[in-house]
Design a protein around this ligand. Structure first.
Ligand code: GLY
Ligand code: MN
Length: 358
């Protein structure tokens, strides 16, 4: 990965927004900009100088391989950094979605003690790093495709071991063992394995519920491969399908196809979400679609943008290179639910479904 490039791209946005310093402390931003997986770090990016502050657990291991300067985190060292690099007036931006009130109070106190003209900017709508992360390069796409392919193989494996009386927990464990043997680092979230009525809960927690003949099985699965996440949902029928669930399944698939067909650069998220909902509406089932249409995916399982016509990202316009999930679903309490989820890569041409090319 070209971390220096990522940092330069981030700086370009800061320049446009007239931000002097951007402070990032969340582990995924640190991973994105440096490739380091650390549990404590603070990165400050500015036009002139970038620095990563971390603690003694990581300092020695990182200082010679880092794409930016690394220093030990201490009040004195951070003071010194700002004293050397501040101008007369400065704007320091933070990611307001990642700051606790406690951290924010500490930062304000720190800046007061620093006695420099530094104004904290918490007004920016979204952290520009989310928009950068949303657009993937070829190297990232290849890793995501590999994550998708392991997930697909894991799904096939699970389908082959389903039998009467197997429990949801046993199926989830089988998936985890399989994907780790195939080279995945870990699960990207706890697998959702839901039999029959349990599938009416979109994020059901696996239980000791045993599978019976003629029940539907909802499988929502994902893995992490070299830091990149996959996400995938299917409903399968163990035996003969229930008529109502089968109907919901066909309609969900239709809504998903409609949404995917619109996934091109230039379309707004709102338009895609509404188009999927319209398919359900034509059959009077729109109230049974009770969650977002999808989400960005990459280093995080859920990342910018959120695919919803009412959420904060609704007016965001899709760009070439983005990778999103499209996952409509229908749920009837005590009966069951369906969801159909694929990962879609936005290109200038037809959208590419990571699972249909496997
Ligand atoms: N596959 C889990 C989720 O998207 O929330
Ligand atoms: Mn998902």
């Amino acid at each position: 990965m070209n971390y220096k490039n990522r940092i330069e791209n981030f700086k370009r946005i800061l320049k446009e927004k007239k931000i002097d310093f951007f402070l990032l402390e969340d582990s995924i931003s640190i991973l994105y900009l440096t490739g380091f997986k650390i549990s404590f770090g603070k990165i400050i990016i500015s036009q002139d100088k970038d620095i990563l502050f971390t603690d003694n657990r990581y300092f020695e291991g990182l200082k010679d391989i880092s794409p930016i300067e690394v220093n030990l985190f201490s009040k004195e060292n951070v003071f010194e950094f700002f004293k050397k690099n501040s101008k007369e007036k400065n704007i320091l931006a933070i990611d307001k979605t990642k700051f606790t009130i406690d951290n924010f109070e500490n930062l304000k106190k720190f800046i007061n003690e620093l006695k420099q003209d530094i104004q904290i900017d918490i007004t920016s709508n979204i952290n520009p790093i989310y928009e950068l992360r949303a657009v993937k390069d070829t190297e990232e796409i290849n890793l995501m495709k590999k994550a998708a392919s392991i997930t697909w193989d894991g799904f096939k494996h699970i389908c082959s071991i389903l039998k009467e009386n197997i429990t949801e927990k046993e199926v989830a464990l089988e998936f985890e063992i399989f994907i780790r043997q195939k080279g995945a680092e870990k699960l990207s979230f706890d697998p959702i394995v839901a039999f029959a009525e349990n599938s009416a809960i979109p994020h059901h927690r696996v239980s000791d519920r045993k599978l019976k003949l003629n029940e539907n099985v909802l499988l929502d699965l994902g893995v992490v491969y070299e830091n990149y996440c996959s996400d995938f949902t299917r409903v399968i029928f163990f035996g003969d399908p229930n008529f109502q669930i089968e109907n919901m399944y066909n309609l969900t698939k239709k809504a998903q196809e409609k949404a995917i067909s619109l996934c091109r650069p230039g379309i707004s998220i709102k338009e895609i979400d509404l188009a999927a909902r319209e398919v359900f509406k034509e059959h009077g089932m729109e109230k049974l679609f009770i969650h977002n249409l999808g989400h960005g995916v990459g280093l995080d399982i859920h990342e910018f943008p959120s695919m919803s016509s009412v959420g904060a990202d609704r007016d965001f316009i899709l760009k070439k290179g983005m990778v999103i999930t499209i996952e409509p679903g229908l749920y009837i309490p005590n009966l069951g639910g369906v969801r159909y989820e694929d990962i879609i890569y936005i290109t200038d041409d037809e959208p590419e479904n990571f699972y249909s090319s496997i």
